[in-house]
Design a protein around this ligand. Structure first.
Ligand SMILES: Nc1ncnc2c1ncn2[C@@H]1O[C@H](COP(=O)(O)OP(=O)(O)OP(=O)(O)O)[C@@H](O)[C@H]1O
Ligand SMILES: [Mg+2]
Length: 398
């Protein structure tokens, strides 16, 4: 595995409610001695916002951080660029602890390696769109022609070509956030941090921007750390989803893994809020396979049908359209060579989905673990079609 671009190790952030940094440290020491959290919070008058977080941020991937309000999401990402100084632990960028950076190294890191996109856009209303997008480069002293060229390219990337000279006030919320993204990208950072960046937008605009972000990610291969409350958004955008509760990392997994194996009840409850109108059933992704053969029509025909359709397996039905099994090209050829009987060649062990109204989320695991598209039949056993692994995964991305 390649080295993660960032990694946090045993990260703690404890806020002293009286703003005394010594209390932070004392509370941390007490936690190390296994003093119960409640006791520590009360005795030292602190809020333990991050409690021993260790995680990797993989280069070129989207990591989504999700959790209830107050679970520590913003605190975690603010530790990534040291807007918050962790109470304890390491924040590694390409293997170096950024807590050891000199002030000038830190400034360089903040200006060129990470960029943030905020929920409230954080744009300057007295500047036009182009000047906002070019702001980061201006701060870095890049000359005007160069910075405006880069900013214009990024505005085009987010779909705002032609809007360069418009005032910020004239833009809708969705467009303002496009400017926010362009401004962050203009610095060409390695890592884009987006804290609830789409949460204030209405659902349709939000949907557009989610797709836009995926498109940008595909093109630019940025590392993105994206915070949200919304599990639908998390599953749509995340290569990996990390779920926080009370400052602890409860589970970090791909959406598929998290659906198949939620770590505990908290994760399950989150997953259960996946919008059921958007959770599709198997029927909606069932397709008719190209290679269908009738039982008894023989191996030679099966080979031919597979050849015509360019596939290496065929679905076998009886004369009443009941599903019987699968023959592969290899096994059909073995029948032709006399090495196997037709019955021996028929694979009947592939799991069959017996109810087309089954939720796709319930077959993710079976689909992943089966070497063939899964056959689907109705309650009377009539063959309806097949469900491919690609269709299952694509439906989860929507
Ligand atoms: N500067 C601070 N001083 C004291 N407590 C703080 C400070 N910042 C955050 N906290 C507390 O730390 C905990 C985690 O806060 P954080 O903002 O990271 O949560 P969050 O998951 O981002 O929540 P939200 O979804 O509401 O944005 C909360 O209990 C919060 O009240
Ligand atoms: Mg927050």
């Amino acid at each position: 595995m390649t080295e993660p671009i960032m990694r946090v190790e045993h990260l703690y952030k404890i806020f002293s409610l009286q703003n005394t940094r010594s209390k932070e440290k004392e509370a941390y020491e007490a936690l190390q001695k296994d003093t119960p959290l409640e006791e520590v919070s009360k005795h030292y008058q602190v809020m333990v916002a991050l409690n021993d977080i260790t995680l990797n941020i993989e280069e070129g991937k989207v990591l989504v951080i999700i959790g209830l309000s107050g679970s520590g999401k913003s605190t975690l990402v603010r530790c990534l660029n040291l807007l918050h100084i962790p109470t304890a632990g390491k924040v590694l960028y390409k293997g170096t602890n950024i807590l050891d950076y000199s002030p000038s190294q830190m400034q360089e890191f903040r200006r060129t390696k990470v960029a943030m996109v905020f929920q409230n856009f954080g744009l300057m209303s007295h500047r036009n769109v182009l000047q906002n997008a070019a702001y980061g480069l201006e701060v870095r002293g890049v000359e005007r022609g160069q910075r405006e060229k880069q900013a214009a390219a990024m505005l085009e990337m987010v779909g705002l070509k032609g809007w360069e000279n418009k005032s910020i006030r004239s833009l809708s919320g969705g467009m303002k956030q496009r400017v926010g993204i362009a401004r962050a990208l203009t610095n060409n950072p390695d890592i884009l941090i987006m804290d609830e960046a789409f949460s204030a937008l209405d659902p349709l605009v939000r949907n557009d921007l989610q797709l836009e972000l995926l498109r940008i990610q595909e093109k630019m291969q940025k590392t993105i750390v994206f915070i949200t409350h919304d599990i639908n958004e998390a599953f749509k955008l995340g290569d990996t989803v990390a779920i926080l509760r009370d400052g602890k990392l409860i589970q970090m997994a791909s959406p598929e893994e998290m659906l198949a194996k939620p770590a505990d009840e908290y994760v399950k409850r989150f997953i259960n809020t996946v919008d059921t109108t958007k959770v599709l059933t198997v029927r909606s992704i069932t397709e008719v396979p190209g290679a269908l053969v009738r039982e008894g029509s023989g191996a030679a025909l099966a080979v031919k049908v597979m050849g015509v359709n360019g596939v290496s397996s065929a679905y076998v039905l009886d004369e009443h359209m009941h599903y019987k099994g699968i023959v592969t090209l290899d096994s059909a050829l073995a029948v032709l060579n006399g090495a196997k009987s037709y019955d021996e060649a028929l694979i009947t062990t592939v799991p069959c989905i017996k109810n087309p109204e089954t939720l796709i989320t319930d077959i993710v695991k079976i689909s992943a673990n089966t070497g063939f598209p899964l056959p689907v039949v109705d309650k009377d056993g009539l063959f309806l079609g097949i469900v491919t692994k690609a269709a299952v995964l694509t439906s989860l991305q929507k």
